[in-house]
Design a binder for this molecule. Structure first.
Ligand code: PLP
Length: 445
């Protein structure tokens, strides 16, 4: 703790972490913690990887900074080309605008989606539809697209009036229905909102392909994104896949949306792109989007000082190369399957484990008071953070959900997002510590 830092919770004591190595981080006293959340879905190749540190050091000596809006640099060119080889082929030849993080990447997506329509003579197409219980970042535009009410409420009057639709959350279907009789109302809701608002006013739809910190790894049904894509096409609306958390191989495929084989118009990504070795975000435009701008004003109306700087791009390039060379996307899939199986084996008999979900190494656990009725624990019991704190005391970092999965208000959940380099013995420690933490927190209450 330091008296001059403005902490997320001013009154809460925080442990100071001083070192990271592989899947572990260490505090000032030398206590070791297994980083089962990869920082916060960021650290994918592990802490302290020498090849990456060497690449960054070499770039820092060669050229740490140049202003990417004025002059070009090699790492930016190479990273943009690398991302072009990563995105779904259906996006055509992609072009990337770099920035420093997820919210910035989504701000850029919002403005460039608007510009796409503006260039085509549709200046009223300006709203982006989001989903309730989604998170796209804490800047004003990104928060306006987000549906995390707990973080919107205080600043509501400052936000843009963008519509939101309910999440595709089959475990607690907002309509109380189940598949396939539900008629996929969660996707159809997009059509309803577009008709209500007028398609002439809608620029895009944004979604986290697999829902992150608001709901902990909720995976929409298999028909969901194909249906969303169809509706977007029908109404001339861009589909923005927010891959800030689900991208760069975390879910066992390169992008979360790849699980549905659906082609987005814009992909935003951040967190894992530089593996925690630099602040980096990216807004990747499909050919149809950037060509419209290139054939029009020719000037994407968005830029930042640090976007595309050589040092961050060199870090991103080194991380993507490392992931490729070590086949880590496949490893995320394999270790994710193993971790999910072990979690089921170790936790399914506990009365409080309602749902274990996710893809690859993007896994969520929803905790309930009563498994049969899915009744949540009372909010004031703060079960999520009790479990998180006990796991921490036992040397394991897990990520407590930000808001409740039930109406964004109550309910408990947490996420696991370990580095892709995790090994079998680490998985055993994770599942046994989670079981022990749940038992300590919940037995007898
Ligand atoms: C899906 C998603 N989008 C956007 C963001 C915002 O990213 P950043 O915190 O880098 O601005 C986050 C952060 O958690 C996220 O999970």
């Amino acid at each position: 703790m330091n008296e001059h830092v403005l902490y997320a919770d001013v009154a809460r004591q925080r442990t100071t972490i001083v070192r990271g190595e592989g899947v572990y981080v260490y505090d000032e006293q030398g206590n070791r913690y297994l980083d089962a959340i990869g920082g916060v879905g960021v650290v994918n190749v592990g802490h302290g990887v020498k090849e990456i540190v060497d690449a960054i050091a070499s770039q820092a000596l060669t050229l740490a900074f140049s202003y990417a809006s004025l002059v070009d640099n090699k790492p930016r060119q190479s990273l943009a080309a690398k991302l072009n080889s990563w995105v779904p082929r259906g996006m055509g030849q992609s072009k990337t605008l770099f920035c420093s993080g997820g919210a910035e990447a989504n701000e850029a997506a919002l403005k460039l989606a608007y510009q796409y329509h503006w260039e085509r003579g549709h200046p009223t197409k300006r709203k982006v539809v989001g989903r309730w219980q989604s998170y796209h970042g804490n800047t004003t535009g990104a928060l306006s697209m987000s549906g995390r009410t707990a973080w919107r409420r205080m600043h509501d009057s400052l936000l843009l009036e963008f519509p939101h639709i309910p999440p595709p959350y089959c475990y607690r279907c907002p309509w109380g229905l189940s598949r396939p009789q539900c008629g996929l109302l969660c996707a159809e809701e997009l059509r309803r909102v577009i008709c209500q608002e007028g398609a002439e006013n809608i620029a895009g739809f944004i979604a986290e392909p697999i829902i992150g910190t608001s709901m902990s790894a909720v995976v929409p049904p298999v028909e969901y994104y194909p249906a969303i894509r169809k509706i977007c096409d029908e109404f001339d609306i861009l589909f923005i896949a927010d891959e800030v958390m689900s991208g760069i191989g975390r879910t066992g495929l390169k992008w979360g949306i790849d699980h549905w084989r659906v082609i987005p118009d814009i992909i935003t990504t951040a967190k894992g792109i530089a593996g925690g070795y630099a602040s980096l975000g990216a807004t990747i435009l499909a050919e149809k989007v950037w060509r419209t701008i290139a054939d029009g004003t020719q000037k994407p109306m968005h830029s930042t000082t640090f976007g595309g700087n050589p040092l961050s791009c060199a870090a991103g390039l080194a991380v993507l190369q490392y992931i490729e060379e070590h086949d880590l996307v496949l490893r995320a899939a394999e270790m994710g399957d193993k971790l999910s199986a072990k979690l089921h084996e170790a936790l399914d008999d506990l009365p409080w484990v309602g749902d274990i979900r996710g893809r690859g190494l993007f896994i969520g656990i929803e905790i309930v008071a009563d498994k049969k009725n899915k009744t949540p624990f009372p909010k004031e019991w703060d079960v999520t953070h009790r479990v998180e704190d006990i796991a921490f005391q036992n040397g394991l970092l897990i990520l407590g959900g930000v808001s409740g999965p039930v109406d964004d208000a109550v309910g408990d959940h947490f996420e696991l997002l370990p580095p892709y380099t995790i090994e079998d013995q680490h998985l055993d420690f994770i599942v046994s510590t989670i079981r022990q933490s749940l038992e300590t927190a919940l037995s007898g209450i």
